[in-house]
Design a protein around this ligand. Structure first.
Ligand code: NAD
Ligand code: ZN
Length: 312
């Protein structure tokens, strides 16, 4: 995570204008976003795309976000009413994003640590059919990579192999000191957090936090390396459950070549979806649309069997 230049040119193009983004987790708001969200029509058909996915794709890139895990009971950020940002009163934060803000964490680590108790993989939540669909793509030897913004570890729990998974905003598996950056024992930090202790660095006595990327922090090196190649290697893109508001992650959807079919599975149309002729947008509930897609592919029985297998 250290010593990486702060800026790259990630080949993101809005119209013909190349855009430079800082290599940090940043939010893009306002007019630019509205411009991107305006067009949502698409001329590719769902059946065509499913046929292509089944019969002529072998390097499927999957991008996921918090919406994928709402069916597992984990609130997303931005859904009005149920999203985390609308339900942070108990944490008494000065502003919602403070929960992932390093300087705020320094002053008051409790809100993030309370959230971490909830989200520690294996403590409370289990994968749903959407996570198993990603694993099924791996079983069918079609998965190039899944990049997830989620920190809940559910892709891992669904059995997606380490080498096919990129946890773009970090994970709870490792932890380090926020000051001297020394790696701490991830398992010990987990036990401390789960028993309401505040983990401290053995060397400099500053706070230790799980390696979840906060706003303004650099993304993991694995993300940086793979994000510069995978989008260009993909022959099919599936985006599931993300508002595509957090950059540079959101830019990955724009980096796939223009002849690659992009499929969005999300309640509303997001990002630049609908701007390319071969985009396919499945609006509505993710679980229902995953079922629809699996049935169209003739994979529904495989998916149900896989879920049963992994749950038992
Ligand atoms: N599960 C998690 O690990 C988790 C949860 C909340 C936030 N986060 C973090 O929050 C940031 C948020 O960005 P994001 O884009 O992932 O989330 P987001 O909250 O900004 O967007 C979620 C998207 O999913 C859609 N959605 C939610 N539930 C859905 C459903 N059942 N069916 C269809 N669509 C549904 C919403 O309409 C929205 O467009 C990321 O950086 C991530 O690290 C992670
Ligand atoms: Zn330290």
């Amino acid at each position: 995570m250290h010593g990486i230049i702060g800026f790259i040119k990630p080949h993101i193009q809005f119209g013909a204008i190349p855009v430079l983004f800082p290599l940090k987790k940043v939010k893009v708001k306002g007019a630019l976003l509205q411009l991107l969200q305006r067009c949502s029509t698409t001329s590719n058909s769902f059946q065509n795309a499913a046929n292509q996915l089944k019969n002529s794709s072998s390097r499927v890139l999957v991008l996921t976000g918090a919406g994928l895990s709402t069916a597992s009971g984990i609130p997303d950020f931005r859904s009005p009413g149920s999203g985390l940002y609308d339900n942070l009163e108990k944490y008494n934060l000065p502003y919602p994003e403070a929960i992932f803000d390093l300087s705020y964490f320094h002053q008051n680590p409790k809100p993030f640590l309370t959230l971490a108790q909830e989200l520690y993989p294996g403590s409370k939540y289990v994968p749903n059919i959407g996570h198993y669909f990603v694993r099924l793509l791996e079983n069918k030897k079609k998965l190039l990579r899944v990049f997830t913004q989620n920190i809940d570890g559910l892709e891992r729990l669904a059995g997606v192999s380490d080498e096919l998974l990129v946890e773009a905003h970090g994970s709870f598996v490792t932890a380090s000191c926020i000051k001297c950056k020394r790696q701490a024992d991830g398992e010990l930090v987990k036990q401390q957090i789960l028993t309401n202790k505040i983990p401290e660095c053995e060397i400099c006595k500053n706070l230790v936090k799980p390696d979840i990327v906060f706003f303004g922090e650099q993304l993991p090196e694995r993300y940086i390396e793979l994000s510069m190649n995978d989008p260009f290697l993909a022959d099919f893109l599936i985006v599931i459950g993300t508002s595509l508001q957090v950059y540079p992650f959101a830019g990955l959807a724009n980096m796939v070549p223009s002849n690659v079919t992009r499929m969005l599975i999300n309640r509303e149309t997001v990002g630049s979806f609908g701007m390319r002729d071969n985009d396919v947008v499945l609006n509505g509930d993710i679980t229902s649309n995953i079922e629809l897609l699996a049935k169209e592919l003739g994979w529904w029985d495989d998916l149900v069997a896989l879920e049963k297998d992994l749950v038992s």
